[in-house]
Design a protein. Structure first.
Ligand code: SF4
Length: 286
């Protein structure tokens, strides 16, 4: 009997990343060259494919030679928009609508006089962007121990979109426990994105049905690494691979059913190639 290959119920590109890649491809097909402010997605294959079509990854606006620049799905701060306009560059804004909402919520709360606390990593590009929209009225932290800087009287709490929703609400509970009764006015807006959690849950379901899991994606993709860690914690042998070439025949030797999943930055073609190689190594697709 052949090897059964099961795909996770949800895997690969999230809608925000898919939209960003499609917007860049459409721009390249229509107008040619574009500089993206950072990699449009943390995946070497995607970056390579887009670069062959005319996209260049830029670290910042200085030195951009292309007539157009693209903001990635993570979004950017208001000063980046202003600078693009000042330089007369054409803008391709691929900010994910869910990130855009987080920016708009943070901006509105800051304008209403709230101190905006962002549950997230201060150094992450998405968080830096959201902070910028608060115009100096925002703080980012993952730890309730850092709250001493805050004016707690009028406090609002939002989240980096990719943070776990449960962890966000635990953070909110902890903030309230520490600052009560100093808080006079509190607003909490859940700006987490359901997409990351959907991939983790689907991977856990998959782990219950298979003897080994292959997680496909770049090692520099934080969300794929976390997905692989989630799979590893189930105790099912987990192999984190960048592409089909890394698959070793001995990993499936003697197995009857294996699972495949991929992070939100992994394109479908890499998953297809892994499934196809697994088939050759002795299987049939589910
Ligand atoms: S993970 Fe969610 S917020 Fe981030 S790009 Fe994808 S859809 Fe948008």
């Amino acid at each position: 009997m052949g090897l059964k290959i099961e795909l996770a119920r949800v895997y690969g590109f999230c809608p925000g990343v898919r939209r960003a890649v499609e917007m860049i491809e459409e721009h390249l097909a229509r107008e040619g060259r574009v500089a993206t402010l950072g990699a449009i997605v943390h995946n070497a294959r995607v970056v390579e494919t887009l670069s062959q079509k005319g996209a260049v990854v830029a670290r910042g606006l200085d030195g951009v030679q292309e007539p157009a620049v693209a903001i990635t799905a993570h979004g950017a701060g208001r000063e980046v928009y202003a600078e693009i306009e000042r330089r007369g560059l054409k803008l391709v804004d691929t900010t994910c609508p869910i990130v855009k909402r987080a920016q708009e919520v943070a901006r509105a709360l800051a304008q209403d006089g709230y101190t905006v606390l962002i549950y997230g990593e201060e150094s992450h590009p998405e968080v830096r962007g959201i902070l910028s929209w608060t115009e100096g009225k925002g703080y980012a932290t993952m730890s309730p121990d850092d709250l001493f800087e805050l004016n707690p009287k009028t406090l609002a709490i939002v989240s980096q979109t990719t943070k776990d929703q449960k962890a966000f609400w635990e953070f909110v509970r902890e903030v309230i426990a520490r600052l009560h009764p100093a808080i006079k006015d509190l607003r909490v807006v859940d700006t987490t994105c359901p997409e990351t959690g959907r991939r983790y849950r689907a991977a856990l379901e998959l782990a219950e049905r298979v003897q080994a899991i292959f997680v496909v994606g770049s090692r520099n993709s934080a969300n794929t690494r976390k997905l692989a860690e989630t799979c590893e914690r189930t105790g099912v042998p987990t192999y984190f691979i960048e592409d089909a070439r890394e698959l070793r025949p001995e990993w499936v030797h003697g197995l009857s059913c294996v699972g495949v999943t991929a992070g939100a930055s992994t394109p479908d073609e890499l998953v297809r190639e892994v499934v196809s190689r697994l088939r050759k190594l002795g299987g049939e697709s589910a």
